[in-house]
Design a protein around this ligand. Sequence first.
Ligand code: SIN
Length: 283
Amino acid sequence: MVTVTPNASGFGAEITGLDIGAPLAADELAQVKAAWAAHGVVWFPDQPLDHDQLEAFTLQFGGFGLDPYVKPLADRPHILEVRREPDETNSVFGGAWHSDWSFQAAPPAGTILHSKVIPPVGGDTEFADGCRAYEALSPVMQGFLDGLQTIHSATRPYGTNGVYANEKPGRSMQIINCVEADSQQQHPLVRVHPVSGRKALFVNPIYTLGVAGMTEAESENLLSFLYRHMLQDQFVYRHKWRPDMLILWDNRCCLHNATGGYDGHRRVMHRTTVAGEKPIPVV
Ligand code: SIN
């Protein structure tokens, strides 16, 4: 029997009672999709999966997303290995708040992360709830934000002069810095979730360069207000991993952040993305 156990806040839920290494029955898949839409982040403990099983699980939620700037596993073009070795000193991959690939015209609906090697300390992943953060704003602020557009780009991490292009050697993961990453994409600041119909703040400090039509000072002040607001404890869930756990999160309404804190230890995760749609604006 499928059991969904949400966090007290309603953001994030554990799902048990399933073997996700096998294809889900139609009613099981429907329950998982409903829980995902309701809680934003869902996780499944004690699920050892090989590459075929991880890919098959992913494809039950949609096609694979396009993962442009990290070299995938040699024989698995849709699986990225998020790996950090004990002696690495470069920054933790994904170690700042973001929504995956929000610079794409149709960013991935979901990301799936499966834990292979978990360090004895640290390595948590944090998630922030863009729906509840939006809903907690005043109607006046909501109305103001509803009409705004923002500019997203991969330039800060993956551009020709991005952070990864300038780091010292020694990273296990192969990052691709290139000129395509400097391009820009416009998205609504508030997007409507295609399944739940809820509105979510859709900005993040890595890929959102600014608010369209505003001066730099206006844009910076508005975005920093929104990040302070969204990243308050009341909207954040901090996930503690165990080996063989799988998390499915919704990039349309959540930000995430890899927290690090495990220098001297290995951490290995396998990651896929689920293709998404062009963000739906508020009308
Ligand atoms: C990511 O941003 O995809 C990585 C998250 C993590 O490693 O916890």
